[in-house]
Design a protein around this ligand. Structure first.
Ligand code: DGL
Length: 264
């Protein structure tokens, strides 16, 4: 592994920035290429066949162009479907993002957990298998949202997203009697990387307090396991690429996700 590795972080849009942010903290010395496949956003609206046909060759092109040392698929909707295809097709190591059902169920005291993801992610066999293997007797409610990822992008782009719209998206995650803290849902898995962009508001709008499980810190630890710890904190720069070809106009909003760097 080179002293300053190139880490390619991929998502359908801006949600993967919530994963990038944690990786940058763990490896401030790496060079980053963030790719948003906005030309095909949102992934949650595409069929499984269409997504495989889109993502597998696209990642191949990105590997040829940017020569990353590791690729992070910072998207549950893609990871739950294409990771095995990517690993079969390309030699570079991949780290995926999949619903954090195991830690959520291990930590739930009421044994009632909800998984909030795109409609694609909650339908995946991969997600169902995680529940079969790791629910540990918990009652797991799958909540598929068609629009929350787009709403998160709208909010990050400075557009107004009303509380009532967000509350309606959240409502099905909260199961049980609100007066009975011993049996109601106590844990919500954020199974789409866009959702932590809205976390402050989700916390405020929740009908009662819950643990929100964001897998990003665990993904950053996995990246460090594979490529090793930081060798310094020199800034090796970062690039941000939209597959639509549009320039990014969000510099100020993006900088914190890149650890203060202005992406080229
Ligand atoms: N950020 C993506 C995820 O983690 C999906 C958003 C979408 O494109 O539907 O699932």
């Amino acid at each position: 592994m080179p002293v300053s590795p190139t880490i390619l972080v991929f998502d359908s849009g801006l949600g993967g920035l919530t994963v990038l942010r944690e990786i940058v903290k763990a490896r401030p010395d790496a060079h980053y290429v963030y790719v948003a496949d906005d030309a095909f956003f949102p992934y949650g609206h595409h069929s499984e066949d269409a997504l495989i046909a889109r993502v597998v060759p696209l990642i191949g092109e990105l590997i040829s162009t940017h020569r990353p040392d590791i690729v992070v698929i910072a998207c549950n909707t893609a990871s739950t479907l294409v990771l095995s295809h990517l690993r079969a097709a390309y030699k570079v190591p991949f780290v995926g993002t999949v619903p954090a059902i195991k830690p959520a169920c291990a930590g739930s005291k009421t044994r009632r957990v909800s998984v909030l993801g795109t409609s694609g992610t909650v339908q995946r066999e991969y997600t169902r298998a995680l529940i079969r293997d790791f629910a540990q007797g918990c009652d797991v409610t799958l909540v598929g949202s068609a629009d929350l990822a787009s709403l998160a992008e709208a909010a990050l782009n400075g557009r107004t997203v009303s509380d009532s719209v967000l509350s309606a998206e959240l409502a099905p995650c909260f199961v049980g009697n609100r007066e009975d803290a011993a049996t109601r849902t106590d844990t919500v898995v954020l199974a789409c990387t866009h959702y932590p962009l809205l976390l402050d508001r989700l916390i405020r709008l929740a009908p009662w307090p819950v643990d929100w499980i964001d897998p990003a810190p665990a993904i950053a630890r996995r990246v460090v396991d594979l490529i090793g710890p930081a060798a310094g904190d020199a800034d090796q720069g970062a690039e941000m690429i939209f597959t639509s070809g549009r320039p990014h106009t969000l510099n100020r909003a993006l900088m914190p996700f890149f650890g203060g760097r202005v992406p080229a």
